[in-house]
Design a protein around this ligand. Structure first.
Ligand SMILES: NC(=O)c1ccc[n+]([C@@H]2O[C@H](COP(=O)([O-])OP(=O)(O)OC[C@H]3O[C@@H](n4cnc5c(N)ncnc54)[C@H](O)[C@@H]3O)[C@@H](O)[C@H]2O)c1
Length: 282
């Protein structure tokens, strides 16, 4: 049976077909062409099948977000399917899943390559979203280092002192710095490459969202996460669907004046931290 006879549909490209990414795509992709990219062939098969059985038009491609060539091939594939109106990047590893080098290369450099590559293929009026983290607000990067980050080509990021000397010390620092760099990557793209294509790009910084990635964090540092939940005004965790609601707004027609900015969605954890009501351990 042919479910959809429309041609030349808008393309929604998702890098990292995990919990948050797929929740976002479900909210925005009705009537569009979906391209899912992930390092896990098995995940792509499972998620792709799930989308198809729910009536979506979906293609998949194995992508390693640690490799520039693989990301560029993914962006090219997206462009070959039609006008790329949406790009969402949720490929990432959390502090208890990987060594500092892996986190820097995936969450920071890989994201940079993806922003660069999609900055060459986005359609006019398109919108992008990088999933950063509340962790971006936990380590204040000095202004001079932020300037170096903003001015560095993606392939040079690992040579910067803040990355070489601080981020590489441990996975927690690597994650906090990489996620803050995501904000700066979106700002730079919004002002340069994406601007030239008349496309927007923003970030969302989620707090504790219950996903497989978060379970790895709870298992390794349950007490730390419990303390954050207890210190937050919301006094709870959140689901990927709550992030998807905000993502749909940021990617959509009511947010066309929102560009190069970050939306923190953390139930109030950072408010507690900034006002001294809560202190991070370690
Ligand atoms: N869950 C949380 O509490 C939370 C909080 C803040 C930020 N985040 C961030 O949100 C993003 C999405 O996380 P999630 O919670 O949905 O996790 P998830 O594990 O469900 O999704 C992450 C996806 O990235 C994919 N991936 C990992 N390495 C890859 C690579 N090299 N190339 C391509 N794909 C790769 C994984 O296979 C997985 O499908 C991550 O960047 C994470 O750091 C998560």
């Amino acid at each position: 049976m042919i479910f959809d006879r429309n041609e030349k549909k808008q393309v929604v490209a998702l890098l990292g077909a995990g919990s948050m990414g797929t929740a976002i795509v479900r909210r925005i992709a009705a009537g569009k062409k979906i391209l899912l990219g992930d390092i896990s062939e098995k995940a792509l098969e499972r998620v792709g099948d799930d989308f198809r059985r729910s009536g979506y038009d979906v293609e998949t491609q194995v992508v390693n977000a640690l490799e520039k060539d693989s990301i560029e091939a993914f962006a090219k594939k997206a462009a070959s399917l039609g006008p790329v109106m949406y790009f969402i990047d949720t490929a990432g590893a959390s502090p208890n899943q990987a060594a500092p080098e892996h986190i820097v290369n995936l969450d920071m450099v890989g994201t940079g390559y993806a922003v660069d590559a999609f900055g060459r293929v986005m359609a006019e009026g398109g919108a992008g979203l990088i999933i950063s983290s509340q962790a971006a607000y936990m380590y204040p990067i000095p202004n001079e280092d932020e300037l170096q980050i903003v001015n560095a080509a993606t392939e040079r990021l690992t040579e910067l002192p803040i990355v070489k000397n601080v981020a590489m010390q441990n996975s927690g620092l690597a994650y906090m710095i990489a996620k803050r760099v995501n904000h700066l990557q979106a700002q730079r793209a919004a002002a340069t490459t994406w601007r030239e294509r008349r496309a927007r790009i923003n970030t969302i910084s989620p707090g504790i969202i219950v996903t497989p990635l978060a379970y790895d964090e709870f298992n390794a540092n349950g007490a730390g996460y419990q303390a954050m939940i207890d210190a937050s005004a919301a006094r709870r965790v959140a689901s990927s669907d709550e992030i998807a609601d905000a993502a749909a707004f940021l990617l959509g027609e009511h947010a066309t004046f929102i560009n190069g900015t970050d939306l923190l969605i953390d139930g109030g954890v950072i408010a507690s931290l900034r006002t001294g009501m809560f202190k991070l351990q370690g």
